[in-house]
Design a protein around this ligand. Sequence first.
Ligand code: NAD
Length: 489
Amino acid sequence: MTSTARVDVDGVSVSPDHYINGERVSSTATFEDRSPLDWRWRLADVARGGTREADLAVTAASEAFTHWSSLDVEDRANYLTRLAQLIERDVEKIAHVECLDMAMLEESLRLRVIGRGARNFRAYADLARNYEPRRWTSNGTENTVLRMPAGPTVVITPWNAPFMLSTWKCAPALAAGNTVILKPAEWSPLSCSMLMDLVEEAQFPPGVFNLVQGLGEEVGAALVNDPRVRRISFTGSPETGRIIGEAAAKNLTPFTAELGGKGPFIVFADADLEAAADKAAVMFDDGGQVCLAGTRLLVEQSVRERFLELFRAASERHVLGDSRDPDTTVSPLIHPDHLARVNGFVERAIDHGDRIVFGGHVERKDGLWFQPTLIEPTSNSSEVVQREIFGPVLTLQTFSDEDEAVLLANSTSYGLSAIVYSSDRPRVLRLGARLRAGTIWVNCFLVRDLTAPFGGTGISGIGREGGEYALDFYSDLKTLQIKEGTTNG
Ligand code: NAD
């Protein structure tokens, strides 16, 4: 059913519906979307898609693929650039709605995160325009590697930073010549719906870029099980990654998965301890709901006391509050179920004998804030060390030398990111080689070059996206071999 319904989200008009084949489409069923800033605030009743909507979207994307994939690269890149310009124009509106929807700090959404969505489209427009196929000669033939657009692509994203994380995947898929069906998470569906208004304004051909809303186990499952889908790109938890992997395997659909993390934050005695402590306290920002966060503090024994003193002071400077307020640094958690999950980890840690150094409680009975919390575990096998909590809860452990630091850092099943603070260059180069993680930051955090590979090892993910790596994933590569001296012109 086509729809013209709009909801007013604090002064911003947002469609609660799907966007399929260039039109807004509603569903008979809906789901409630509430604001974590005040759980009584019902932002919208959002269309709850199922097999019908998944089928409509994959059909639209399949039909649009022929035209989109055969467009000149320059033409496709122009659509992406136009979309980037429109995002830049609307940064404030999108940031505001995403802040209400998932409670990430509005200032950082406005200054950094939503703009990154525009940069994602610009970066892939440029990469597609400037692509030089690899060419070399061997065995008397000239070899050329060519990229073929792969086909309809399903992108499934989590509730944290939904706009940025969705554009990170949709941009290379579209640039590679694929059509896209985006399914954002049901806990923060609104900013991706706003993206579709801009897709319409940029006049993308119908069916090229579609959005379906709904629950993962309903419309998400229908999408990933459809054999017409030729790429699946997923960001979310390892548990869902496994389920999607099974669906992908059934249809032999290539898929990438960017999954959870439990990154080590390693501090050596030779580091700038103040800078390290300040950065470690940043792990509490946004309620600690950041997959890349270094949540296991591993500190060289000789500086434990000094580091802890500095870290405690930096953590005490945090302000728990409304994410719209620029003074707030720690936002509430996304959902009451997630708050209960985070609290459960801490309660089990206490039962297990782990020591709460500070924090450890839900901040206010009428809100979704959890206190910045530091736990000293009884052993490396404690649940709080080994499992992703995805809240403002860090652990503190010590090591006596570099080997022990590496051993502890590599001792979980995850491998998304690692952070190292040290001033010793030969040491950090050795660590770079020995740590099991997709991204290792030394004396910094969250600095990203969009052309670098990004992903995780272990249960943190399969495959790499970013730069040419993503364009390769969203394409089928083929090799053209021409016998030397047999052609002219
Ligand atoms: P989740 O796995 O519960 O959900 C992610 C998405 O999958 C949602 O859109 C959901 O609707 C969908 N889904 C659920 N079941 C499905 C199914 N059976 N078939 C198809 N789709 C299904 O994750 P979440 O709770 O939304 O997000 C938090 C997780 O995401 C954390 O583990 C976090 O570390 C991870 N994450 C990873 C990265 C990264 O880049 N590696 C980035 C952000 C978040």
